[in-house]
Design a protein. Structure first.
Ligand code: 7PJ
Length: 286
C-alpha cells in the first residue's frame, strides 16, 4: 500500500516508511522526560529550549512527525489530570509550531487536551485509547487532523497485571477494525487514519512478538500501520539492558515491523531508525 496520510493541510507521503520522533513531557517517562526537566527545579517543568533542540535534531535526522506526550502511559503509571497535561503539552506544541515545519502529533485521550493541542497547531492525535473517551470522536470528526488508533487491553496502571487473549492477533485486529468503523461512521476520512497494535499495552512478551510476527495481517484493513517498539520492555526483557542501551534490539524489532508492512515507526532514536528504513527499503527493491 502506498498512500498518503492527511494531517490537516499536510500530506505525509507513506510510499516509503517514515519516522515519528518521541518528545516526552512526563517526569517519569522512562526515556527522555527527565532529561528535559529544568535541572534546578524540584517540581517538574519541561525545559522548552532543550525540548526544541531535541525536536530540531530529530527533524534534521529525518523525522516527519513529532509525537508530544504529557500523560505517562508506562505500565503502572497513574493517570494525569487534563490541567497537568495541558500545562506540559501546549507550550511544547507552541514552541515547535513556531520554529519547525513538521507534523506535530499529541499523545492524549482527552477531548479537552485534543482541542487545545489542535488550536495550538497540532496536526495529528495519537490516542492509546483509540477515541473511546467521552466526546473525543465528535471533536475529532469536526477537525481535519490525522489520528492514530491504538489497541490497549486495560488501563496503564494495571494493564500488565492480568492479560488475557484467546487469540491476540485476532482480538487486536477485531478491535482496530471496530474503531476504524466507528471513525468512518462519524465521517472521518480513511486518509486521516492509522492503526497501531499497541506493543506493551496489556500484552505479554509472547503476545508482543506474535503481533510483530503477524503484522502483515493488519494490512487487510488498508490503513497505514504505526508501530512503537523503541526501548520497550519487550526489547529489555530479551537483551537485559537499561532503557538507554536498547537501540540495537529496538532496531532489530523495527526491521521486522518494516518487513511486516509498518508505515510509521515511533522512536526515540530517529537517526538510527532512518538508517534501518533506508537499508530495508533498498533491500526490498532489488
Ligand atoms: C506507544 C504510544 C505506542 C502509540 C507510547 C513508550 C510508552 N503511542 N505511546 N504506540 N507507546 N501510538 O513510548 O514506551 O506503542 S508510551
Amino acid at each position: 500500500m502506498t498512500s498518503n496520510l492527511t494531517a490537516g493541510d499536510r500530506q505525509i507521503d507513506l510510499s516509503s516508511p517514515v519516522c515519528m520522533g518521541i518528545i516526552n513531557a512526563t517526569p517519569d517517562s522512562f526515556s527522555d522526560g527527565s532529561e528535559l526537566k529544568l535541572s534546578d527545579q524540584s517540581i517538574f517543568k519541561v525545559d522548552l529550549n532543550k525540548t526544541l533542540q531535541r525536536a530540531e535534531w530529530m527533524v534534521a535526522a529525518g523525522a516527519l512527525i513529532l509525537d508530544v506526550g504529557g500523560e505517562s502511559t508506562r505500565p503502572g503509571a497513574a493517570t494525569v489530570s487534563e490541567e497537568e497535561q495541558l500545562s506540559r503539552v501546549i507550550p511544547i506544541v507552541e514552541v515547535i509550531r513556531s520554529n519547525i515545519d513538521v507534523c506535530i502529533s499529541v499523545d492524549t485521550s482527552s477531548a479537552v487536551v485534543m482541542k487545545a493541542a489542535i488550536a495550538a497547531g497540532a496536526e495529528m492525535i495519537n490516542d492509546i485509547r483509540a477515541l473511546t473517551e467521552e466526546g473525543v470522536l465528535p471533536a475529532l470528526a469536526k477537525s481535519s487532523v490525522a489520528i492514530c488508533l491504538m489497541h490497549m487491553q486495560g488501563e496503564p496502571r494495571t494493564m500488565q497485571q492480568t492479560i488475557e487473549y484467546a487469540n491476540v492477533v485476532d482480538e487486536v485486529y477485531g478491535f482496530l477494525e471496530e474503531r476504524v468503523g466507528q471513525c468512518r461512521a462519524a465521517g472521518i476520512k480513511k486518509e486521516r487514519l492509522c492503526i497501531d497494535p499497541g506493543f506493551g499495552f496489556g500484552k505479554t512478551l509472547q503476545n508482543n512478538y506474535e503481533l510483530l510476527k503477524n503484522l502483515a495481517n493488519f494490512s487487510r484493513l488498508d490503513i497505514p500501520i504505526l508501530i512503537g517498539l523503541s526501548r520497550k520492555s519487550m526489547i529489555g526483557d530479551l537483551v537485559d539492558r537499561a532503557v538507554d542501551q536498547r537501540l540495537a534490539g529496538s532496531i532489530t524489532a523495527a526491521v521486522h515491523g518494516l518487513i511486516g508492512g509498518a508505515n510509521i515507526i515511533r522512536t526515540h532514536d530517529v537517526a538510527a531508525t532512518m538508517d534501518a528504513i533506508r537499508v530495508n527499503s533498498f533491500f526490498q527493491q532489488v
